[in-house]
Design a binder for this molecule. Structure first.
Ligand code: APR
Length: 421
């Protein structure tokens, strides 16, 4: 497992953006059966009898006799280790979005921000007669009050759950976004689906045709196993748990130090070396972040923004940066930036290589210059960082999460001040 998990972890780190594509298999460890496994729903129920629009229109009460217990099972279920691992990957900037065939809302409940529900969800139910929409809570209340099939309070018709039946069109916005993400993905991480249902089963091919890679985590076979970089056969919770263990930043200790007048010197020396390493790919180099603001307390890490002509660095450029002791960490979740780090987990220098003059470059310039020209706010910012570091007991990961809240506000103010907000 470890070597396979390590291989998948490296694939995720090195192929960004990474997009996940999930199916019922990711929720079986939450107690929700999948569809096509021997213990799956379709082993007991005929999908043509219970999951088609025709069947619903013919006998909506019957369909709700099938869906009512399903609604309670889905709402009582909890996200499992696999859902939580994908949410954690997103927090680290290593997962761009989740495309899911599941209607159970468990990805959103685990904390994922961008979840594309291509087969709809139990979130709402709609009246097929007048179009009125009812939220899940209201539908559950009606079912708990003993209604065999929830009815529209406006016109009395039986509501239809907003899940996609087999003979029904998929929601166009969701499909368009799913194809867009699949084409953008440098890695499509397929988890817990047999990939037997179209058009979703086509998405891995979209990624492959666009030059991306596919990785699969599934107990049973899928239709893309042969084209996958890796196929990890096992329970998604265990596999993704092992993978996230390899990608979780070491929970080091954070230190927030008084401003050190040596920081600009250290920046100057390093920027000369970087300019020599990257040569004519560079337009401008700037000292960014807190160590570039006189008087501001900061983590003793020199942040350097390198303004490039374009984001295309050659192997030679990367080799030259590695010669200087930098690790090439690729985009690390930010498509507009190449990230290099010196000093490993306790980094001393961080290089953010971006296209000169574009938003990333301008925002960081605005942030630095705003703090340089607002010393009171810079002092407050320094004190806030110290306070937060102490509150989270200097845990580096918790510190970043907490600090981001007020740093984002400051970024917005700086951008406004810079006349760009
Ligand atoms: N970990 C990893 N894989 C698992 C696990 C698990 N814990 N449990 C089951 N699996 C695998 C099974 O081996 C199977 O290959 O997940 C896959 C689930 O496949 P399906 O049951 O076919 O479900 P899915 O691919 O999501 O179905 C697609 O079909 O029935 C319709 O609308 C429904 O969205 C659904 C669509």
């Amino acid at each position: 497992m470890d070597t396979e998990a390590a291989k998948l972890a490296r694939l995720i780190r090195e192929n960004q953006p990474c997009v996940a594509l999930t199916g019922a298999g990711i929720s079986t460890e939450s107690g929700i059966p999948d569809f096509r496994s021997p213990t799956g729903m379709w082993a007991e129920f005929d999908p043509l009898e219970y999951a088609t629009l025709g069947a619903f229109e013919a006998d909506p009460e019957k369909i709700w006799r099938f869906y009512a217990p399903r609604f309670s099972m889905l709402t009582e279920a909890e996200p499992n280790a696999a859902h939580r691992a994908l949410a954690e990957l997103e927090r680290y900037g290593l997962l761009h979005a989740v495309i899911t065939q599941n209607i159970d809302l468990l990805h959103a409940r685990a904390g994922n921000q961008e979840v594309i529900e291509v087969h709809g969800s139990i979130r709402t139910s709609t009246c097929p007669a007048c179009g009125a929409r009812k939220a899940l809570d209201a539908v559950l209340r009606l079912l708990e009050e003993g209604e065999s099939a929830p009815r529209c309070s406006a016109c009395g018709a039986v509501l239809k759950p907003d899940v996609v039946f087999f003979d029904e069109m998929l929601p166009q916005d969701a499909v368009d976004r799913a194809y867009e993400l699949a084409a953008q993905a440098r890695l499509l991480l397929v988890v817990g689906t047999s990939l037997e249902v179209w058009p979703v089963a086509e998405l891995p091919l979209v990624t492959l045709l666009a030059g991306g890679k596919v990785a699969v985590v599934n107990e049973g076979p899928t239709s893309v196993d042969d084209q996958a970089e890796v196929k990890l056969t096992g329970k998604a919770g265990e596999v993704l748990g092992a993978v996230i263990g390899q990608l979780r930043p070491a929970r080091g200790q954070v230190t927030v130090e008084d401003y050190d007048p040596d920081w600009p010197e250290r920046y100057k020396a390093e920027s000369d070396r970087i300019r020599a390493a990257l040569g004519d790919a560079v337009i401008e180099i700037e000292h960014m972040g807190s160590t570039a603001v006189p008087g501001l307390a900061a983590k003793p890490i020199i942040d350097i923004s390198v303004g490039l002509k374009s984001l295309e660095l050659t192997g030679e450029h990367v080799g030259a940066m590695e010669q200087l002791g930098y690790e090439d960490l690729g985009e690390l979740g930010l498509p507009s930036r190449l990230y290099f780090r010196k000093g490993g987990e306790t980094s001393t220098h961080q290089v953010h290589a971006v296209v000169w003059g574009e938003e990333h470059w301008m925002r960081h310039l605005a942030f630095r210059d705003y703090l340089r020209s607002h010393p009171d706010e810079a002092r407050e910012y320094g004190e806030a960082k110290r306070r937060v570091a102490a509150e989270v007991d200097y845990d580096s990961y918790a510190y970043v999460e907490r600090k981001n809240v007020f740093t984002e506000e400051l970024f917005a103010r700086a951008w406004e001040w810079h006349g760009r907000g």
